[in-house]
Ligand binder design. Structure first.
Ligand code: SF4
Length: 460
């Protein structure tokens, strides 16, 4: 059977389990509500958002300058800086550092960039064991799955699924579902890996041009433990992660976790500036399509994203279709903007996976105009001839009808009359009108709105 190729087709697979879909929807809505409480308890939140947006706009407008400043400061601190144009270069650089360190076991903290570059399979193929140390990441790694959310990578799984996974891979008791006991089992298992690994790979939440430091935010402290124990630290960062000054961090640390999970602050916010005596620290700065997005005026603001996940938690489409339906490292509304930049044809359906309700834009802590950019991608995809034929021709037909009031009136009369006699099986036929399949149409009114309006006394 061929693989589903559109977001709608992949969503159908997720929607087969209605109980799980409802649970997923409610769980993420709960996180969104926690975010709202944290925001309302911070009176200056809107000012912080504006500041964050301005800082990011400014940084992107001088990105080359700040990257050079960051590199110079990091080199002066004794950090080795590497530049990667794409995922292949990033993976080759990381593998080379690991080989030079003579390591065959690597502990990795959560990093969407390494997911984007498919680093794990690359390292495994070259004989390096790589262990994800974030609990959610480790669970999906054991299951051979991709993260379904940027902050909560295993949010699509219930505790029963985790119990089953740990029973299969970690030898826990069958049927164990107690989160505390499952966490303990993962802790014991990961501790051995932390102690044995000579190389630690981390993501980067922010990089400070002024100091040449990278900042890693985690709730589990796994990055700190791994980096503290290993001899070599490799920090992998997208080139858009920069902030000009250390003082800018004050704005972003207040926004990040409030927007992500509703916490006032991330449990661990660690600054890594220089290697400890006798150790090595490397930073790999990755482009992988970011320069191209920077050069697209309508979409460059998407590079302001700090990966808080708030747009996913609020999105009615994401909550009911699951992160895997996006088939891209970053799911949800922001992923639907970033993905066509990487491969327009492969991800052509994603900008349509939105109601354009604007809720994503409302919650975004860096004020990205997410729903406007989704709408713009639709126009670009249409102009590039990447709409499915059914959508393309029906939209052309509709625009002709809407441009001619007489034709619209006639169409309305035919529809009102026709719908009374069209059998239910035809109006809900699969393949003919997917929108109607899950809905019942209301009884058509006897007259058009225009006719009704003309009869109103004030209009006489
Ligand atoms: S687009 Fe905005 S809301 Fe969505 S993950 Fe990025 S920063 Fe958060």
């Amino acid at each position: 059977m061929s693989q589903p190729s559109t977001h709608a087709q992949r969503s159908d697979v997720f929607l087969l389990d209605t109980e799980r879909t409802t649970w997923h929807d409610e769980t993420l809505w709960f996180v969104r509500q926690k975010r709202d409480k944290a925001v309302y308890a911070t009176p200056e939140f809107q000012e912080l958002r504006q500041l964050a947006s301005d800082i990011k706009d400014h940084t992107l407008s001088r990105l080359a300058e700040y990257l050079e400043q960051f590199e110079a400061a990091a080199l002066a601190n004794g950090v080795r800086v590497h530049w990667a144009a794409d995922a292949a270069e990033h993976n080759a650089i990381v593998l080379d550092i690991i080989r030079q360190a003579g390591a065959c076991l690597v502990v990795k903290s959560k990093s969407m960039l390494t997911e984007e570059c498919h680093l794990n399979p690359h390292l495994l193929a070259h004989g390096v064991e790589v262990i994800d140390s974030d609990l959610g990441e480790r669970i999906i790694q054991l299951r051979g799955e991709a993260p379904s959310h940027v902050v909560l990578p295993a949010i699509h799984l219930k505790k029963e699924d985790v119990g089953e996974t740990f029973w299969q891979h970690l030898g826990t008791e069958k049927g164990l579902t107690d989160p505390q006991q499952l966490t303990e089992a993962a802790r014991l298992h990961l501790r051995e890996k932390f102690l044995a690994a000579e190389v630690a790979i981390s993501g980067v939440n922010f990089a400070v041009a002024e100091t040449g430091s990278v900042v890693v935010c985690t709730n589990e402290g796994n990055a700190d433990l791994a980096i503290g124990l290993a001899r070599v630290h490799i920090a992998c960062m997208g080139m858009e992660k920069l902030l000009p000054r250390l003082s800018d961090m004050a704005v972003f640390t207040r926004l990040l976790t409030r927007s992500a999970t509703g916490q006032p602050i991330t449990t661990y916010t660690s600054h890594f500036t220089r290697p400890a005596p006798g150790k090595e620290m490397h930073v790999v700065i990755v482009d992988n399509g970011r320069s191209q997005q920077l050069g697209r005026p309508d979409f460059r603001a998407s590079l302001k994203c700090i990966r808080c996940g708030a747009c996913m938690n609020t999105c009615p489409v994401y909550r009911r279709s699951g992160g895997h339906s996006y088939d891209f490292t970053i799911p949800g509304p922001i992923g639907a903007i970033l993905s066509p930049n990487i491969d327009m044809r492969q991800h052509a359906s994603l900008p349509f996976a939105s109601t354009l309700c604007g809720s994503c834009t409302d919650v975004c802590p860096v004020k990205i105009d997410i729903h406007t950019q989704l709408y713009k991608w639709r126009q670009v995809l249409g102009a590039e001839g990447m709409l499915p034929a059914s959508k393309k021709y029906s939209m052309q037909l509709l625009s002709r009808v809407l441009a001619r009031p007489g034709l619209f009136k006639l169409g309305g009369e035919i529809a009102r009359l026709g719908l009374r006699f069209v059998p239910h099986a035809l109006s809900h036929a699969p393949g003919y009108n997917p929108w109607a399949i899950a809905r019942e149409l209301p009884t058509p009114p006897p007259q058009s709105f225009r006719a009704w309006y003309a009869q109103q006394p004030d209009q006489a």
